[in-house]
Design a protein around this ligand. Sequence first.
Ligand code: FES
Ligand code: FES
Length: 275
Amino acid sequence: MTPIPDPHSDLSIELNADEAALLDELPQLQGVGQSRRDFMVASAVGGLGLFASNLLAKEAALAGMPLAADAAVATIKAQNVVQVALTINGSPQTLELDSRVVLLDALRERLGLTGSKKGCDQGQCGACTVIVNGERRLACLTLVASLEGGEVTTIEGLADGDRLHPMQAAFIKHDGFQCGYCTPGQICSAVGMLEEARRGDVSHVTGDVARPVHRLTDDEIRERMSGNICRCGAYPGIVAAVQEVHSGRQTAQTWQFATQAQLAAVRKEDDHAAV
Ligand code: FES
Ligand code: FES
């Protein structure tokens, strides 16, 4: 047991090793106006065991970690489980999960749909963008529990068999990516954004918000896609790809695969250099 001296109280508190360890893991309590001393006193009065179990259960559930076989933890786990029926990429799914699980984690960890990427996990980068009921949505900020009856489309669901979605093909044609990490989110966002524009939604750079925008300028595209960050800076290609799909105006591809003759010439030069 670890005795905790309390200079302001007559309460004599003793923590066992598990409780002392838990206390060390809770520095955030000090940041929300509750000192460690208050916490210890409250815990001593209210029963630290149950309080600790609750906190650990929540943390474990949110992290998707296996929970300890403890009666209090099991009760809390059971209280938080919800069943959600939804359609993902055209296939009906019924998921049973903790009510606090976000769509991004369910897609990646439960369903193996790892196309949607986790960048910031706090709504800042757009890497996790998917399409929910026809609108783009940040999967890292969307609770699965809020999607009962909903339709989710991820990057895996955009192509029609072997035929790429026009936006996917345009990204390849215009070299709209480098490392590709942001690309699934960029493409889902672009598809959803063009739908918004078709509906007549205005943006921050729309000149006259009283008139629907039918023709998106490059500035409109940049503004409407500004929630999707590309660390590689592939923005010129992204704008060109979105513009081509939006306008239907084909523009020339600026790169091409090397021919067999070109590859053979390069190999020959390498062989000469090595001799
Ligand atoms: S991972 Fe969702 S916005 Fe960054
Ligand atoms: S292509 Fe690398 S982050 Fe966008």
